[in-house]
Each structure stands twice: as structure tokens, then as C-alpha cells.
Design a protein around this ligand. Structure first.
Ligand SMILES: [Zn+2]
Length: 439
């Protein structure tokens, strides 16, 4: 178990001024402290009512050349470099206030933002950080040839391969994302563009603030920039900078290893969406770990009052929550003392799948008895559809049994969709039908 980490914000407000890339206008940016669980928000000081936009993947609007977020008609362009610096330097909560629709581009790197964050200072807060722990490999692949794989790791690491047209400027770098390494190895790496990509934009006057002072231009085999390359592999370093910035849109820190081949903003955003989907799925599976009092659940005595089952066949210890009248979560703690482990199997104890189905049926019938406000009947199994056993349940596991009534005909027939969860993964599921008969 990694040591607990606390959220951080900036110590005080700090500001900087510069030029916006797309409009060429002068822009002033102020970085303000923010409370715990606030995340990063952009504030448009130049607009009426000073609207704020959450730096969240849900607000992502476009990914062409830069990452743009927005809400309603309000936009903030090119957020990835400042988000990268905030994330890598350990700032979880901050307000980024600007008097334009884009942060200053600086020299095309994240150097100016690292300097700004250091000027403001980084201070711990009293709430724990939220992490996304990679549990199994995840991947995204795009038609443009980008491929990103996310692997389990106990820290945030990025291994990136960058390749230009015809595989020119192919570069590879693998690095841990820590404040010190980011500041030294990643933040100074500048944006680079291919001449054939920017020519049409320059012709259309779309990058008014663009110059060789804030981007490296690659034309054929030639590298054009005001200042020589800062690293022999500056391009892959900037790709890593962008990955960190785009993934910051998930609003959590990642414990995992990003392996990226020819990544771009679009593929980074695809991975961010995939992570958020997986996080949402996990949260919907996770049950509260504390035992509520009062009407929030049922303790073992109350379960025994409702269910007729007894040792060794009672498969619910308690009900920990009733989400609605038709949805609840029960808990079954599986110990090595369960009688079925004696025979299933000696020396290799695995909880029988049918006992998990029985647990689902018991939790579902608690819902029914509560709904019918009677315990003078006994529920009998009629059918079980779509039964799947996905992972073995072992002694020491705690099963969270989720049940939802999907259909009831009169008070005699009911259908329930159920699944058992161990360690936030579904271990079994089934759709059950019962009939209720008087005792
Ligand atoms: Zn960039």
C-alpha cells in the first residue's frame, strides 16, 4: 500500500503575462489557490459574469493541434501545457484566471508555468488525493496510427515513442512523472510543428501569435527554431508533456504506466475518456464500507427476521443500503469456516457458484418481502437466466451482493437482476425469477 498523499494547492496568487497563440493578443494569467476537491478550473475574467470551466474531459471540445475545453459557448484553448505543469508539479486544486480565451504560449514549453507554480508555492491540504489505480491493461488505438496502452504500476510513468512523417525524427523516452524530473527533463521541451501542417494555418492567419520563438518548425529534414534544440530528443519530451496535460482532464492522479506510440491530443483524450468510464464503472460497483444505522440497512437480526433461511444456508450477513425501494446491496463475508469449503474442494477452497446465486436470491427476496410488507410467505426459485461466474470467490473475500427488482407481477411473481462484487470486480451475475407462496 502506498503512503497516503494529501491534496495540494498553490500557496498564494501568482501571475504572468504573454501572448496567446491563436489570436496573438496579450493575455494575463493569474493562478489562485482553491479549496480541497475543487480541481482545476479556468476563469474567463474578460467575459461578463466571469464564467469558469472545469478542466474535465466531459468539457473537452476539440483536439486539433491543441486541447480546447468549454461549457456552453465559452471556450478556453490550448490548456494542455498549464495543466501538464500543474499536474506534474503536484497541484490538485487551483483557479486559472485569464483575461483571454487562451493562456500565454510562452516559448511553447511548460517552463513558464513551472516558474509560475514555484513562485506561488505548493502547499498541502487536509484531504487525501484521489487516484486512478490501473488494475488491468487498458488501451486505445486510432486510425492515425496512435496506440496507447495503460499498464498497472505503483507510480505514474510514461514511455513514449514519437515518429514524424515517414518515421523521421523517431524518438523514445521512458520517465517517471515526478516534480523534479518534470521540471528538469520535460517542462523545457517546446512545441514542434510540421511545416506542411502549419502552412495552411499561417495562410489563413489562424496562428497570429505563432513564431519561431514559441515553436520548432520541422520542414523536411530541417529543424527551424530561434534557439537550438534543448534536447536531442526534444520532440518526444514534448509529447510526454502533452500526455500529462491531456490526462490531467480525468481529475485524478494516475498510478500506472502509459506506453504511447505516436500519440496526439485525440488519442490522449480517448484514453482520458476510457479512464473516466472505468472510474465511473468502479464507483457504481463500490458499495459503502460503513454500516449504516436506522433505515439505511438491516443488521443481522433484522435479516433473520425477514429471511427464513438459517445456518448453514443463510447467505446474507447484512443489508448495507437500500438505494431505492427496488434496489439494495447486501454483504456476505466468506470465511474459511463455511461448511461448503469442506467439500468444495479439500485443499483448494472455492465458493460454489450456486451459493453465490443463492446469495443473490436471498438479497432479492429481502427486497420483495420489504415491498410486500409480509414475511408470511416463502420465495421459491423459478428460473435463473444469464448466469455467469467470472472470477473465483475465496475464503477471506467480502461479497457485495447487488439486487434490483426489474419486474413484479402481482405479489406472487418477481424478477431481479443481480450481481456479486468482490474487490470492485463483478464475480458473478444472474437474472432470477421467483414465485411467492404462503408458508
Ligand atoms: Zn503541446
Amino acid at each position: 500500500m502506498p503512503a497516503p498523499e494529501f491534496q495540494h494547492t498553490v500557496g498564494k496568487t501568482a501571475s504572468l503575462s504573454g501572448t496567446a497563440l491563436h489570436t496573438g493578443d496579450k493575455v494575463t494569467l493569474k493562478l489562485h489557490p482553491a479549496p480541497v476537491d475543487h480541481g482545476i478550473k479556468f476563469k474567463r475574467k474578460d467575459l461578463q459574469d466571469e464564467p469558469t470551466i472545469d478542466a474535465k474531459i466531459e468539457n473537452l471540445k476539440t483536439v486539433e493541434r491543441a486541447t480546447t475545453i468549454g461549457e456552453g459557448s465559452v471556450r478556453v484553448h490550448t490548456v494542455e501545457h498549464i495543466l501538464s505543469a500543474l499536474s506534474a508539479m503536484g497541484v490538485d486544486n487551483a483557479i486559472v484566471e485569464m483575461d483571454a480565451n487562451e493562456p500565454p504560449i510562452g516559448d511553447g514549453s511548460a517552463q513558464l508555468y513551472v516558474d509560475l507554480i514555484k513562485k506561488a508555492g505548493v502547499t498541502p491540504q487536509e484531504e487525501l488525493r484521489k487516484f486512478f489505480d490501473v488494475r488491468e491493461p487498458m488501451n486505445v488505438e486510432s486510425k492515425s496510427g496512435a496506440l496507447i496502452v495503460l499498464l498497472p504500476d505503483d507510480k505514474f510513468r510514461i514511455s513514449c515513442t514519437q515518429a514524424g512523417p515517414n518515421n523521421r525524427f523517431t524518438q523514445f523516452l521512458s520517465i517517471d512523472v515526478t516534480p523534479a524530473l518534470f521540471e528538469r527533463e520535460i517542462a523545457p521541451a517546446r512545441t514542434f510543428v510540421y511545416y506542411e501542417d502549419v502552412k495552411p494555418l499561417m495562410d489563413k492567419n489562424l496562428i497570429k501569435g505563432g513564431s519561431l520563438e514559441n515553436a520548432i518548425v520541422v520542414r523536411g529534414d530541417a529543424v527551424l527554431s530561434k534557439e537550438p534544440l534543448r534536447f536531442g530528443d526534444e520532440f518526444v519530451r514534448h509529447k510526454i508533456l502533452d500526455i500529462i496535460g491531456d490526462l490531467a482532464l480525468i481529475g485524478r492522479r494516475i498510478r500506472g504506466h502509459v506506453v504511447a506510440v505516436k500519440p496526439g491530443h485525440a488519442s490522449n483524450a480517448d484514453l482520458a475518456r476510457l479512464i473516466v468510464r472505468e472510474q465511473t464503472r468502479r464507483s457504481s460497483l463500490a458499495a459503502p464500507r460503513t454500516i449504516p444505522s436506522g433505515d439505511g440497512g438491516l443488521d443481522p437480526d433484522q435479516v433473520l427476521e425477514i429471511l427464513p433461511h438459517r445456518f448453514p444456508f443463510l447467505m446474507v450477513d447484512r443489508i448495507i443500503s437500500f438505494e431505492t425501494e427496488t434496489k439494495c446491496v447486501g454483504v456476505k463475508t466468506v470465511t474459511i469456516n463455511e461448511p461448503f469449503f469442506q467439500g468444495h474442494f479439500p485443499g483448494h477452497p472455492v465458493m460454489p457458484g450456486v451459493m453465490q446465486v443463492e446469495a443473490m436470491a436471498q438479497v432479492a427476496s429481502i427486497l420483495l418481502f420489504k415491498l410486500a410488507k409480509t414475511t408470511s410467505r416463502i420465495g421459491y426459485f423459478m428460473s435463473a437466466d444469464g448466469v455467469k461466474f467470472r472470477k473465483p470467490v475465496l475464503p477471506g473475500d467480502t461479497i457485495f451482493v447487488h439486487a434490483e427488482l426489474t419486474k413484479s407481477r402481482g405479489e406472487r411473481l418477481a424478477k431481479a437482476k443481480c450481481h456479486c462484487v468482490v474487490n470492485d470486480a463483478i464475480v458473478s451475475e444472474a437474472e432470477l425469477m421467483f414465485t411467492f407462496l404462503d408458508k
